[in-house]
Design a protein around this ligand. Structure first.
Ligand code: GUN
Ligand code: ZN
Length: 437
């Protein structure tokens, strides 16, 4: 097996950086290298040291002066919403009913699902994202198309068919039993195949009856190692409607707690408007609030109280995601830029080291997958992104006055997008430069 030696400026995080000066939180090599073989990182360090470890026939790819980071991780997006992006709506519920549900109906057709799956992975790779956590449509065919394509491309993906049995068009409804049976069939067919992970995916409490919540609970009991994903407290109208549908629940969070859906592998999309009691409940369960900044701004859902969640006595775990197609960009750089601006509006700071930690290791930790993805540590899967902070004329001009790594990262976050992604390696193979479209 021929190995490859990637040369460049390597950056990988050990833990969440506390400040701009927290140099112990990351490993940075100005003239660094990664030795990659059989889809895995074998060694990381100074170029001379890693070069000495490589076989004579190792193929060297010189990415200097660019940065080599772990591939980006997006912890919440909707695969059937690529053609929903940029739909003009007043708020979440209008957007769902007017554009999103009708669009998702099209995914009953496997040919359509297969075409869009190809386009999704093209876009993710183009933007440097190598792992995503996805909602498919209600149709099993959509999950089959998604997983078949991720398997073909060797990508590490987490996804599930949404379970939804009310408050949506007929073409988007399953039943509690169908939701259970089809999710189970998808798990048996796809979980652990290649780098695929199946997530139990009740869409949200509005579109699931109590009977379907029980079916989701049964799946969580039968498959306790799987991720669970759903939506929580995104929009005030949504919260009121949800609570009216579950009058016995203390609050929105309590609905999911009641059905045994809160655990360390539970990803709760949005989680913007939470009471102290709900934050305590999420903290105790170890569940993750998934911040989706471009979506929250686009749909006018609210300002995610990141610091309030993480700085309390009982902190809530946080991760960050695009939420395509409520979200408006596939880029984790654009996404963290909007997250930064939301914190500015709240009078808080989000430093660029923390942002880049979140796009990589932080999101990998949220998924419990940090031993495989999110770092450049030896033994990790070789999912790597190559970034150029001078990718556009305007960025190159600004780079003339940039002196520090943190300034460069901040520029990448503030002005960068897919143009700043020079290459994306998936399990050691170049995947962006080989895109056909
Ligand atoms: N809540 C339930 N479904 C969705 C969805 O598709 N997008 C967003 N942003 N929120 C949701
Ligand atoms: Zn969502």
């Amino acid at each position: 097996m021929t190995s490859i030696l990637l040369r460049g400026r390597t950056l990988s995080f050990h833990r969440r950086p506390e400040s701009l000066d927290d140099h112990a939180s990351y490993a940075y090599e100005e003239d660094g290298a990664l030795l990659v073989e059989d889809g895995k990182i074998l060694a990381r360090g100074a170029y001379d040291t890693v070069r000495a470890q490589a076989q004579a026939d190792a193929v060297e790819i010189d990415h200097r002066p660019h940065l080599l980071l772990p591939g980006f991780i997006d912890t919440h997006l909707h695969f059937p919403q690529m053609q929903v992006i940029g739909s003009y709506a007043a708020n979440l519920l209008e957007w769902l009913n007017t554009y999103t549900f009708p669009e998702e109906c099209r995914f009953v057709e496997s040919d359509h699902a297969a075409r869009i799956a190809g386009r999704l992975f093209d876009e993710l790779v183009r933007h440097g994202t190598t792992t995503a956590v996805a909602y498919c449509s209600v149709h099993k065919a959509s999950a089959d198309a998604f997983f078949a394509e991720s398997l073909r491309r060797g990508l590490c993906m987490v996804a599930g068919k949404v379970m939804m049995d009310r408050n949506a068009p007929q073409g988007l409804l399953d039943t509690p039993q169908m939701g259970y049976d089809e999710t189970r069939a998808i798990i048996e067919q796809w979980h652990g195949k290649g780098r695929n992970h199946v997530a139990i995916t009740p869409r949200f409490a509005i579109t699931s009856t109590p009977q379907q919540m029980e079916a989701a609970q049964a799946l969580a009991r039968d498959f306790p190692d799987l991720h669970i994903q759903t939506h929580l407290s995104e929009n005030i109208e949504e919260i009121d409607y949800t609570c009216s549908l579950y009058p016995d629940a203390i609050d929105y969070t309590d609905i999911y707690a009641h059905y045994g859906l809160l655990g360390e592998k539970t990803l709760l999309g949005h989680a913007i408007h939470l009471s102290e009691r709900e934050m305590d409940a999420l903290s105790e369960a170890g569940s993750i609030a998934v911040h989706c900044p471009t979506s929250n701004l686009f749909l006018g859902s609210g300002l995610f109280p990141w610091r309030k969640l993480t700085r309390r006595d009982k902190p809530v775990r946080v991760s960050v995601a695009t939420d395509i197609g409520g979200g408006t960009s596939y880029s984790m750089l654009r996404t963290l830029d909007e997250a930064y601006k939301i914190q500015q509006l709240l009078g808080e700071r989000l430093n660029p080291l923390e942002s880049f930690h979140m796009m990589t290791r932080g999101n990998a930790e949220a998924l419990g997958l940090v031993d495989r993805i999110g770092t450049l540590e030896p033994g990790s899967d070789a999912d790597i992104v190559v970034l150029d902070a001078s990718a556009t004329p305007a960025m190159a001009l600004k780079m003339e006055v940039v002196n520090r790594l943190t300034e460069e990262l901040f520029l990448l976050q503030t002005m960068g997008d897919d143009r700043a992604v020079i290459e994306t390696y998936v399990a050691g193979k170049p995947a962006k430069s080989t895109l056909t479209a």
